[in-house]
Design a protein around this ligand. Structure first.
Ligand SMILES: [Zn+2]
Length: 450
């Protein structure tokens, strides 16, 4: 199917991408969607943490796996992992409510065929849109999306390297064709289309910024008057934010969401990360291995097809200890930092897990991209794509960082390269940990579309 698609003329691809856009628009933005979105906007400033036990009772009542009748039951119920969910799949699913299935990222194990309800799709897209609306974007705002999944044949040599999708108002620009020779045409297309919102994975947007800088196109980038850049699906690293913001002369705003819909965290106008308190019930549970970090454990309120209660996302946060209200006036909890998933750790020789590896690159401004691959405990390969200004000093700083974070006994190789490994849908993971067998990196269809 996919092979045949790439052989089609551009005009037919354009039609298919637009038909897909129409299909998705109808699926997401119909029924109760606008009512739900308005509700999220209405409660936005007043949301506070609190368990809505009635919602939990309502969504779990047709799933024999759970027996929750009050708050005491709730807090007594165990924290569940994806593995537990998979073992008890038939006891959790409520087939009458299933509209479709999504594949969820296999960060802690193999993928999960995840059933979702219609209502859940509306809620998920409503919280995403609430975040965008906070930053002045709405459903009529055109978005230039640097798209990591192939929609045009990779041996295409001449523009257009993009497809405009009119129903969702998106200009999909392909990552495959983005290089020093084509980057100018990308910026010119965005300018010609008058688009002032950019979206993509942090690593992808950062690559675009690097190309802009290396090809002296910063003036052209500034002339686009980009109002906002949004990122999702990966952690936004400090150096990426700095690089992208200065290249496009605007703010980058990040959203943490997930297919399972047990937690959503968004960046506000003042740069704080807030929990969407009424979307789901989010608990932060201390991680015994890393006492400064808290696991994100969440409970859905809206997916009757497959309710998840006290579900361990595998992600962690560092909490914001200043208890002052954010300048934005929201009363919801603030997070200092979101840390990657379970897969994003390195193992020391004695088996200890070290997370927060992204910190190594937080101020490494002369590195364009990095990826760490670990095959055996106590050893890793650091693949580095150098920036134009990279020097011995940068390597020395990286080595210092490795020793500080991982200790003197940790063995490492620094390998300079031009390409990094990507997942099936084009994501570049910071860490590829191959010390354990389960590597079922199934990608969410949401990545294709959000
Ligand atoms: Zn705020």
């Amino acid at each position: 199917m996919r092979k045949a698609y790439f052989l089609l003329p551009h005009a037919i691809k354009f039609i298919l991408v637009n038909l897909n856009g129409l299909y998705l628009k109808r699926k997401r933005y119909s029924g109760r969607f606008f009512e739900i979105l308005n509700n999220y906007l209405k409660v936005d400033k007043d949301e506070t943490m609190g368990l809505d036990i009635d919602k939990v009772k309502e969504i779990t009542k047709h799933s024999p796996f759970y027996s929750i009748t009050n708050k005491i039951d709730f807090f007594k119920s165990p924290v569940i992992t994806k593995e537990i969910v998979k073992e008890n799949y038939q006891q959790i699913i409520n087939k009458d409510e299933v509209t479709t299935y999504l594949a969820t990222g296999g960060t802690t194990g193999s993928g999960l065929k995840y059933p979702i309800s219609k209502e859940f799709i509306y809620h998920q897209w409503a919280v995403y849109w609430k975040f965008r609306m906070i930053h002045g974007l709405d459903m009529d705002t055109w978005c230039a999306y640097i798209f990591a999944k192939s929609i045009l044949s990779s041996n295409k040599k001449k523009p257009p390297f993009w497809i405009k999708e009119y129903f969702s108002k998106r200009l999909y620009l392909t990552l495959d064709h983005l290089n020093p020779a084509t980057v100018k045409s990308y910026l010119e297309e965005i300018k010609k289309s008058g688009i002032q919102w950019l979206h993509g994975y942090p690593s992808v947007i950062n690559s675009l910024a690097n190309l802009v800088n290396q090809n002296n196109l910063t003036d052209l980038a500034h002339s686009l008057n980009i109002k906002c850049i949004t990122t999702s699906s990966e952690m936004l690293l400090g150096y990426q934010r700095k690089n992208v913001e200065s290249t496009f002369n605007c703010k980058v705003r990040q959203l943490y969401g997930m297919t399972e819909g047990v937690a959503n965290i968004f960046e506000c106008e003042h740069g704080s990360l807030h929990v969407d308190e009424t979307y789901s019930f989010v608990e932060f549970i201390k991680d015994e291995d890393n006492p400064t970090q808290y696991k994100i454990v969440g409970t859905q309120y809206h997916n009757k097809a497959f309710p998840l209660v006290r579900y361990d996302t595998g992600d962690r946060v560092i909490l914001d200890n200043d208890h002052e209200l954010c300048k934005c006036g929201r009363k919801s909890r603030k997070i200092k930092e979101i840390i990657g998933r379970d897969v994003e750790y390195l193992l020391l020789k004695d088996g200890r897990k070290i997370v927060r590896i992204g910190m190594l690159f937080a101020s490494a401004y002369n590195i364009n991209k990095a990826q760490i691959v670990q095959h055996t405990k106590g050893h890793a390969e650091f693949y580095i794509i150098k920036g134009a200004m990279y020097s011995q000093k940068d390597e020395d700083e990286l080595v210092d960082g490795i020793i500080q974070l991982l200790g003197v006994d940790f063995k490492y190789d620094i390998i300079y390269t031009d390409t990094l490994r990507t997942t099936r849908n084009g994501k570049t993971r910071l860490i590829i940990n191959e010390t354990e067998i389960d590597k079922g990196l199934v990608d969410s269809p949401f990545n294709f579309v959000n």
